[in-house]
Design a protein around this ligand. Structure first.
Ligand SMILES: NC(=O)c1ccc[n+]([C@@H]2O[C@H](COP(=O)([O-])OP(=O)(O)OC[C@H]3O[C@@H](n4cnc5c(N)ncnc54)[C@H](OP(=O)(O)O)[C@@H]3O)[C@@H](O)[C@H]2O)c1
Length: 295
């Protein structure tokens, strides 16, 4: 039987790179998403996992591998706040998992995020961790079903949220930046897609997969690595002012504002150094040579 890869959230930044990588390896992929207006790609199956859970069973088949990528940004508070994070990260995953068990799917993969904890104080992380606990408990009770939890650090590449924000900032001659030294290991989306595709096609599915790049960087180092080659002078704010800004931003309850920044910055988003780092694209080199440039 041919394994089909059902990518829920397969039209997004990571999902579309993964779909291309799996298809390039000759594998069968079905992308599932709502098909939001203005999205660059349309899915093979248009479906809202939160509002139309009853439709999921009709698209799944025995032996499928389901990869749950639907997720919300930790950088922008969604309309509906914590409830919305819960809906997309937990309720949607529960619906997909229930349909997967009922249809006899073989493997279920959750794309979570590096360092998230069930009590981290940020709804993004807490709901991701809750969904992982749910997945583990359901797979433990379901004979024949395997699961994997994928934990990326920050993904970058043309079109990523972080690069879009930095591109806008690069129009300024000078940018004051908060001194955020929390470490991340940014990984290029194509490298992340290859490493995940390798894990999916390996003889044994790992239970957990960290997706990390070769360079540990603080957020302000990442921003400076992108902005300086584009002629934007970066001025680092003092620690005291940074702390104040982070605290104020964390308590803003406005849709689109950074959500619960304090909790997110306290997470370990660097993980362990990757295997075979030489094969991976380094952020600072990519930012200097290949990212989009202002005119
Ligand atoms: N990007 C990063 O740096 C990063 C880092 C760590 C972890 N992650 C995780 O990786 C996953 C993918 O991230 P991404 O950057 O690719 O996100 P993205 O570009 O925002 O893509 C999200 C995808 O989910 C779909 N989706 C959202 N709500 C849905 C719903 N209710 N029903 C069905 N589909 C829905 C979206 O399509 P429609 O809007 O058309 O439905 C889209 O295909 C997320 O879970 C994210 O938390 C990302």
């Amino acid at each position: 039987m041919t394994t089909r890869y059902i990518l829920i959230g397969g039209t997004g930044f990571f999902g579309s790179a993964l779909a291309s990588e799996l298809r390039a390896r000759g594998l069968t992929v079905v992308t599932v998403a709502r098909g939001s207006r203005g999205a660059p790609l349309q899915p093979d199956v248009r479906l809202d996992v939160v509002r139309q859970p009853e439709l999921l069973e009709s698209i799944l088949e025995t032996g499928d591998t389901i990869i749950y990528l639907a997720g919300l940004s930790p950088l922008k508070r969604p309309v509906g706040g914590r409830r919305r994070y819960r809906e997309v990260h937990v309720t949607g995953l529960r619906a997909a998992l229930t349909a997967a068990v009922s249809r006899g799917a073989r493997r279920f993969v959750q794309v979570s995020a590096l360092g998230v904890l069930s009590d981290c104080g940020a709804a993004y992380g807490e709901t991701k961790a809750r969904a992982t606990a749910l997945l583990r408990s359901v797979t433990a009770r379901t004979p024949g079903m395997l699961s994997m939890v994928v934990e990326p650090s920050v993904l970058f590449g043309n079109g990523s949220e972080i690069i879009r924000a930095l591109y806008v900032a690069s129009r300024l001659p000078v940018l004051p930046l908060p001194r955020i030294s929390a470490q991340i290991r940014p990984i290029h989306v194509s490298d992340a897609a290859k490493r995940l595709a390798d894990a999916l096609t390996a003889r044994k599915l790992p239970e957990r997969l960290e997706l990390v790049g070769p360079e540990p960087l603080g957020f302000h180092q990442l921003a400076a690595a992108y902005l300086k080659p584009r002629g934007t002078r970066v001025v680092l704010l003092p620690h005291s002012l940074t702390r104040l800004l982070v605290r104020v931003a964390s308590h803003l309850k406005l849709p689109g504002a950074p959500a619960e920044l304090e909790g997110m910055l306290a997470l370990d988003n660097a993980g362990s150094p990757p295997q075979r780092p030489d094969e991976l694209i380094a952020f600072t080199r990519w930012a200097a040579e290949s990212g989009p440039r202002r005119r």
